[in-house]
Design a protein around this ligand. Structure first.
Ligand code: ATP
Ligand code: MG
Length: 348
């Protein structure tokens, strides 16, 4: 049966990079490797300009009815004066909560052809291939109570609360463990169980859940040590599972190990396996409309989509191999250009 993909180009370089990813989908469709139906809708600043709303009802409805969403990026200086509720980023948050996307997958892969782009020594990062699984709907970002309050003394106090239920911890661990069983069967759960009770529970539930996965090797690490180890010796990790706050920080750290923001895809999944797929970079307003943005993060997001929402892992691998071949040929967009390589634009 044909799978439905909702294409949300968004703002800035979004339309340019998504157009290239759509070409990949159409090429696979034309040769019969996949059976998909593409639909387009507006989100972010583009939707605000057209409807006064960064997430129009019809976009959310179309997203819910699709098997997967391909998103470019949202936001830009044009919409910064708007109140927070109207900002493009609100469209993204609305999609996340509307679709119940609780699992964020952030692979950090260093392509050997791009070793010169990393800020770290080759022996530390060559062969790097890790996946961070970040919980996306809980933690200190959503816990109550929260806010800034005035004390009887007149002094103000700000507070946020870290909250996780056992079932929330278990379901994100299962996502990570299921994926790990297809990879190196090795998961590191990151917490701060020596100080935070909430993450003490996290460690307990992760350990209990792992018992259902024979052969899975689960280790635990405090987040401060994990940050240090990521920079010191990142190849010790295969899959990392962690909460929303620690995952936010560690995934950006891991991304930088590869040195090329234009190469990194991401996936956000819900309990039904529906997913939203997008590059980790933003709308890059500084280079929008010039045809120089790197489309590979978005094309690699299509690979994640095929693997995690469309049940076509072998086609996903073909895309990843194709990306690698393009790099082998010495073709580079400006962001990953190095000496002796040929500079190409987005479409080429
Ligand atoms: P956001 O707030 O959405 O995370 P940001 O301002 O942090 O956005 P990006 O939009 O990701 O950052 O851009 C950061 C820098 O990386 C910019 O200089 C941008 O031009 C560059 N960049 C981002 N994506 C790409 C890409 N696909 N190709 C080339 N350069 C890129
Ligand atoms: Mg940013």
């Amino acid at each position: 049966m044909s799978k439905k993909i909702l294409v949300l180009a968004g703002d800035g370089i979004g339309p340019e990079i998504v157009a290239e990813a759509v070409k990949v989908l159409k090429a696979l469709q034309a040769e019969g490797a996949i059976d998909v139906t593409l639909e387009e809708a507006l989100v972010g600043g583009a939707a605000y300009d057209a409807y006064g709303d960064p997430l129009p009802e019809e976009t959310l409805t179309a997203a819910k009815a699709s098997d997967a969403v391909l998103l470019g990026a949202v936001g830009g200086p044009k919409w910064e004066p708007l109140p927070i509720s109207k900002r493009p980023e609100k469209g993204l948050l609305g999609l996340r909560s509307g679709l119940g996307l609780f699992a964020n997958l952030r692979p950090a892969v260093l392509y050997p052809q791009l070793i010169a782009a990393s800020t770290l020594k080759p022996e530390i990062v060559s062969g790097l291939d890790l996946l961070i699984v970040r919980e996306l709907t809980g933690d200190i970002y959503f816990g109550q109570p929260r806010g800034v309050e005035t004390l009887p003394s007149g002094e103000r106090r700000g507070l946020n609360t870290m909250v996780y239920t056992e079932s929330e911890i278990e379901r994100i661990c299962r996502v990570a463990f299921d994926i790990a069983m297809q990879r190196g069967k090795k998961v590191c759960s990151v917490d701060k169980a020596n100080v935070l009770e909430c993450t003490e529970l996290w460690r307990e539930v992760a350990t209990k859940t792992a018992a259902d996965y024979p052969g899975l090797q689960l280790s635990h690490m405090y987040v401060d040590n994990a940050a240090m180890q990521l920079v010191r010796a990142p190849k010790q990790f295969d899959v990392i599972v962690t909460g929303n706050l620690f995952g936010d920080i560690l995934s950006d750290c891991a991304a930088m190990l590869t040195g090329s923001i234009g190469m990194l895809p991401s996936a956000s999944l819900n309990a039904q396996g529906q997913g939203m797929y997008e590059p980790i970079h933003g709308s890059a307003p500084d280079i929008a409309g010039r045809g120089i943005a790197n489309p590979l993060a978005t094309i690699l997001s299509v690979a994640l989509m095929l693997r995690h929402s469309l049940g076509a892992p072998e086609v996903a691998e073909r895309i990843e191999t194709a990306v690698s071949k393009v790099l082998d040929q010495g073709l580079r967009t400006a962001d990953i250009l190095s000496e002796g390589m040929r500079r190409v634009g987005t479409a080429e």
